[in-house]
Structures are given as structure tokens and as C-alpha cells.
Design a binder for this molecule. Structure first.
Ligand code: SF4
Length: 182
């Protein structure tokens, strides 16, 4: 029996390489789209659709937690803690993944956030290790080695590729230079 991994996926482009890698290593993979950080809702839907396209192409089951997309709730946990927002954001998504994995009888949980060169990789790794459970372990892999490959596969597939991390703060940081502030 192959070991079963619940892979949290943050978006389509970041999911391709980890999904292919894990499958090539003999894991049975189920994907989980749980990203209440994404702002606004239209952006969330674009990324969810790209995740659908990728998982369909890879013949991987996708669980979408759309019912848990709640920007008010997300912001309440972040406001006044903006300095720590990435830690809180990772924690929320990885804890939920770990809990579903443990309850659902998965052997491991992991995240496609480990693919992105733009994420805080060592923070993700230590957070994952801290969530390790005897029921379902954190499967750490440095997927960044497939960065170029994964990005070019995403372009070939023609899926939506976002240009900011996800939350309202990251969108502001990405585009603030377009404001005409003298
Ligand atoms: S910058 Fe990215 S990881 Fe950090 S809080 Fe925003 S969406 Fe989450």
C-alpha cells in the first residue's frame, strides 16, 4: 500500500512540481485547497480554478474548503499582528491541513508553499516540524529545486499565474509604486 499524503496547495502553478514529484516517489496524493488569506474573492476563484485544472491534469483528487473562505475572520486574526502575518498565515493553513490529514487517516501532510522561492522556506519547515504528529507526519521536501521546471510547466498549461503572494497586504506592497504619491 502506498503512503497517502495530503498536500496543501496554495495555487495551481506552485502545485505542479510537488504533485509530480510526490507521485514519482510512489506516494498517493490528495490535494487540499485551503487559502483564506487570498484577497479579493475574485483572485481566490482564479487560483482555485487553476488548482482544479492542475489536479485534473495530474489525476489527483482535490478538496476545496470554499466554505471556510472568510475574509473577516482572516483579517481579525491578522490585524495588529501584521509583523507576524506570514507566520500566522502559514500556521492557519498548515494546522488545518494537519488536522484533516490526521482525521482522514493520511500518513503525511505537506504543502506546495515549499515550492516557492518567494516564501519563507525555513519558517515553513520549522512550523511543519512543530505540527508533526504521531498519527500523520509532516513530509518535508525542498521543492524549490523544481522552480524553473514547475513555472515553465505552468506556462505551457496556460493556467492563471498570480503576481502577488495573496493577502491584501502583499497586494498593496506589490502595486503601491503605481500610486501617485509625491
Ligand atoms: S504575504 Fe503571503 S504568506 Fe504572508 S501573510 Fe500575505 S499571503 Fe500569507
Amino acid at each position: 500500500m502506498p503512503a497517502h499524503v495530503l498536500l496543501h496547495i496554495c495555487c495551481g502553478p506552485c502545485a505542479i512540481y510537488p504533485l509530480r514529484k510526490l507521485k514519482s516517489q510512489g506516494y498517493e496524493v490528495t490535494a487540499l485547497f485551503f487559502n483564506p488569506n487570498i484577497h479579493p474573492l475574485k483572485e481566490y476563484l482564479l487560483r482555485a480554478e487553476a488548482a482544479e485544472t492542475v489536479t485534473e491534469a495530474e489525476q489527483v483528487r482535490l478538496i476545496r474548503l470554499d466554505k471556510e473562505y472568510n475574509p473577516t475572520d482572516y483579517l481579525r486574526t491578522t490585524v495588529y499582528r501584521e509583523e507576524q502575518r506570514c507566520l500566522l498565515c502559514y500556521q492557519r493553513r498548515m494546522e488545518r491541513t494537519r488536522n484533516i490529514a490526521c482525521k482522514g487517516g493520511f500518513d503525511y501532510f505537506s504543502t506546495s508553499l515549499l515550492f516557492s522561492k518567494h516564501q519563507k522556506h525555513s519558517l515553513l519547515e520549522s512550523l511543519g516540524q512543530s505540527l508533526n504528529s504521531s498519527k500523520c507526519g509532516f513530509l518535508y521536501q525542498d521543492f524549490r529545486s523544481g522552480w524553473r521546471q514547475g513555472r515553465s510547466q505552468a506556462r505551457e498549461m496556460g493556467i492563471y499565474m498570480q503576481n502577488y503572494c495573496g493577502c491584501i497586504y502583499s497586494e498593496f506592497e506589490r502595486f503601491q509604486k503605481e500610486l501617485k504619491i509625491s
